[in-house]
Design a protein. Structure first.
Lengths: 430, 250
């Protein structure tokens, strides 16, 4: 097979039950009252087609509910397709969620043996690799205890070690890679790099766009269970942002009446959103409280954000970014839930973000702010390059620095015993 | 070959799980039928004597196949619902777990066999060649029947958790309409019960082979086999229809 993975016309339908456990009584009641359609169906994936090259790193991105997890579950075989097929050249192995895969009442070793058999190894092959896996997971002392006594970290280490030592030809990693301590994460990344050198294929999802951009060779964008595009990370991320914009527009169009945004005086940039919640003011000031859009390099900045809700909203997510004039992101911070961070959400309120120090090179910068629902599914109000400020340096730094970050630099020539130059130790005049 | 490894491993694993943390371990497979036997012999041999010759042996010949049947059925409800960790894996077809459960309970039957053979010699009956030849056939017929029923129960219980308790009830009723501790009377108005209950047909064949040293009653074995095949066909159809939903629903 020339591809590591080939997915053809893949569809997945879920039956949606009520939240409570169904019993015969419910069904009989429904039968009598004639409510046959009470089981709803949801198509989590529809006619998905894609292929993954051998030895590549393949990313899957999409908004919450776009079908990412369903697709990963299908790829790993945790769930079975309703229609279509998945053809894999070799073994697909993955770590999707904590808690699955092992039986809590069996010991780590017993679970490991089951996992080995399930991965198609013979008992002899498992015996050979067992010690290696236990050593990698650093669980020598606990391997003969029931996994229910394990901490989540131990559990994850065992799951990771098993998944990687069984040498899958396709390794599927969900966001769980962010769990576990840093040292073990590093060990895993090294092992993954090793697998890649041997020609294994990697499939990952991540909420970090930077990770997608730096790790992936190719990215698939999903939206509402369908493939939007498959391409290089750059264009995939662009398409992903485009989807966010489109979802916002669609939602705004569905609102009973268009909501005018809280008025705001700016001359440049663009503003986008449904404006169910919006910023009525974005004020920049220096740390001493004096208003102004000019900041000395290395000094701080305070941003006062006043939001207004035009209708009741339970919770908001807040995004604040600093971009330079050339659309390069210098910094980003976000609050994923205003309610859990600041308490009750009032119909009008002010949030203040203090950046203690802005180590940026002199130039023109922008504060971009956004209000989102907590699932980041669309924009209530996003301000792109609307609020400018200047970084200035009263004393120009030495050595013509360029880039984004202002670092404290000084230049010197250092005395060298072997060199009999006359200029030893003299500072280069600027 | 891989399926063989897998099933064998899972049967062993089932045993480990069942007796994890118990002192007697697999000996429970022996203790339980023997205490059942003791109880029945005490009640219907001493308290309310039925006057059946070789009564302990009479009960034990039926108790062993019955325990295989009832044990499998009683645990069938949770075969899928309790195996989330296994069903997550693409190599595990849910139907394999039915086979594993069936073999697991068959093991407990085999563990008790030496006791049965010992009793046969104790009562000077011995083991006939006819029995040794017919035994595998009876096992297969009962296996087909049990597999079919288990498949239906396991699948249905995923969607309706009432199924398992209902089966508990049904099995305890079946215990009384299967001639385990009594001999069915041919001329009563309830005689039909022993004709439509496949377990009754199987149990009576065991008795005929072991106690009367007779041959197989081919017509009753064929009837039981037919019922078993019907169950298996229905079970398979139900299972095929819901297979992909089973994994999502557990």
């Amino acid at each position: 097979m020339s591809k590591a993975l080939l997915v053809r016309q893949l569809s997945k339908r879920y039956l949606i039950h009520d939240h409570r456990q169904r019993t015969l009584r419910d069904s009989l009641t429904r039968l009598i009252t004639g409510q046959f359609t009470s089981v709803n169906t949801l198509w989590a994936l529809r006619e998905v087609n894609f292929s993954v090259e051998h030895g590549s790193t393949f990313g899957i991105i999409g908004h919450n509910g776009a079908g990412k997890s369903t697709l990963l579950r299908l790829l790993c075989g945790v769930s079975r397709p309703t229609q279509g097929e998945i053809l894999a050249d070799g073994r697909v192995s993955g770590i999707l969620e904590l808690g699955g895969g092992f039986n809590p009442n069996l010991t780590g070793r017993q679970n490991l043996r089951t996992a080995g058999i399930l991965n198609g190894l013979t008992p002899a092959e498992i015996k050979r690799r067992e010690e290696q896996i236990i050593a990698f997971a650093e669980l020598e002392r606990f391997i003969d205890q029931a996994t229910r006594t394990y901490s989540s970290g131990m559990y994850l280490r065992l799951a990771f070690a098993a998944a990687m030592e069984f040498e899958p030809s396709v390794l599927v990693l969900d966001e769980v890679l962010t769990v576990g301590d840093e040292r073990f994460q590093k060990k895993c990344l090294d092992r993954i790099a090793g697998l890649k050198r041997q020609g294994s294929t990697l499939i990952i999802t991540s909420h970090s766009q930077d990770q997608i951009q730096s790790l992936c060779d190719e990215v698939l964008v999903l939206e509402e269970g369908r493939v939007v595009m498959q391409g290089d990370p750059q264009s995939a991320l662009a398409s992903y942002h485009d989807l966010l914009r489109r979802r916002t527009e669609e939602r705004a169009a569905r609102l009973p009446r268009a909501i005018p945004p809280a008025s705001l005086k700016t001359e440049e940039g663009t503003r986008q959103g449904t404006f169910e919640a919006s910023f009525s003011s974005v004020a920049l000031s220096n740390l001493d409280g004096s208003p102004g859009e000019t900041v000395e390099s290395g000094q701080g900045l305070r941003i006062k954000l006043t939001h207004r809700l035009s209708q009741p909203i339970n919770d908001l997510a807040l995004l604040l970014q600093v971009y330079n004039e050339h659309h390069v992101k210098c910094f980003e911070t976000s609050i994923s839930s205003m309610v859990s961070t600041f308490g009750e959400l009032l119909s009008e309120g002010t949030t203040e973000c203090t950046i203690k120090s802005l180590p940026l090179l002199p130039g023109r910068y922008f504060v971009n702010v956004g209000l989102y629902p907590t699932d980041w599914g669309f924009m209530y109000d996003y301000h792109w390059q609307m609020h400018a400020f200047h970084i200035v340096a009263t004393e120009p730094p030495p050595g013509h620095p360029s880039g984004i970050v202002a670092m404290a630099v000084s230049w010197a020539s250092v005395a060298d015993d072997r060199d009999h130059s006359l200029n030893t130790g003299r500072t280069i005049p600027r | 070959m891989h399926n063989f490894h897998l099933i064998w491993h899972l049967v062993k694993r089932d045993f480990e799980l069942r007796y994890a943390g118990s002192v007697l371990g697999f000996l429970w497979s022996l203790v339980i039928p023997l205490s059942q036997l003791l109880m029945l012999v005490f009640v219907f041999g001493k308290v309310v004597p039925l006057n059946i010759s070789n009564f302990p042996l009479f009960v034990f010949t039926a108790l062993l196949p019955w325990n295989w049947f009832s044990g499998s059925l009683l645990s069938a409800g949770s075969i899928f619902t309790d195996s989330k960790d296994l069903l997550r894996h693409p190599n595990v077809k849910p139907a394999i777990l039915i086979v594993v459960s069936l073999l697991g309970h068959l093991m407990t039957l085999f563990i008790s066999l030496p006791v049965l053979f010992f009793m046969l010699y104790w009562y000077d009956l011995g083991i006939s060649w006819t029995f040794l030849a017919a035994f595998p056939l009876l096992i297969v017929v009962q296996g087909i029947l049990t597999a079919g029923l288990s498949l239906i129960i396991a699948t249905a219980n995923v969607f309706y958790r009432d199924v398992a308790p209902i089966i508990g009830l049904v099995v305890s009723v079946l215990f009384f309409v299967t001639p385990i501790w009594y001999a069915p009377q041919a001329k009563t108005e309830y005689a039909f019960l022993f004709q439509v209950n496949p377990m009754s047909l199987i149990v009576q064949n065991y008795r005929h082979l072991l106690l009367d040293r007779g041959g197989l009653d081919w017509s009753s074995v064929a009837t039981a086999a037919l019922m078993g095949m019907t169950c298996l066909t229905i079970g398979y159809l139900v299972y095929r229809r819901f297979e992909s939903d089973v994994i999502d629903a557990i």
